[in-house]
Design a protein around this ligand. Sequence first.
Ligand code: OGA
Ligand code: MN
Length: 296
Amino acid sequence: MTIQIRPLGPCIGAVVEGIDLREPLTADQAAQIHAGMDRHAVLVFHNQPLTNEQHLAFTQALGTLENTANNTLRSAADFRLPPTMADVSNLDGNDKPFGRDDRKRLFAIGNRLWHSDSSFKAVPAKYSLLRAVRIPSRGGNTEFAHMGAAYEALDDETKALIEPLICEHSQMFSRDLIGFREFNAEERERFRPVRQRLVRTLPRTGRKSVYLSSHAGTIIGWQLPEARLLLRDLTEHATQREFVYSHKWQVNDLVMWDNRQTMHRGRPFPVEEARDVRRTTLKGEGPTVAQEAIAA
Ligand code: OGA
Ligand code: MN
């Protein structure tokens, strides 16, 4: 079978057909998928009834897994998946939806803000691969915005302004935006800010993108109000509908996105319904800026 990659629009996203992700990936298929990711930034695979192990095997055929075990407030009792998978569901260890006021849920719904996965890590994520096992009766889309297209649409003055800038990212900054501000000492240490370039270049294509994320909370050398306003303006610009694909989930969809050139966000759905989505993540190839060289 040869792979077909059909664009979903002029800017972002494509559907991939002619591949069974349960089967071992050939070198040729892997190369086509990487090329498709470089070009479209989001790839959608329908009707892929994978086990967790097959999902992991497909991911590892494309790169090195990122350890996402410490990214949430889930406790061991709420782990439903292998430690190599991120549980993006709203389900506790008994497969029951978290209550509306559950602290773990209130932290987790921070992913309804536009973000790039693991931008709060010194080596941030490359691809994320999210698979739908159960979906709610309505809502719960995932939206993706193309940061390369957004960068290209900036005026020259703004491009020059942001070119040298370095931001600090932390899950505490993204949660602050939704009023979730109480962290204990262990969490504050775990969510310590890291530094990221605001403009990055996709290595294989040379395409520049604006590296935004709700986790970005400061710009080094800037006063906070001005930094926050610039980040907000850029985010508003970058998430205009012309740059966005909104994915309406079907069970057994697998959607893969490139965190280096997109942001994404989840959309709300009924709190009492189960939404079981599971993610593997590929580690990026290195930091976007040397952490030690600029340590305070
Ligand atoms: C993620 C994420 C949003 C969603 O899996 O990284 O942000 O719609 N998901 O579940
Ligand atoms: Mn995410």
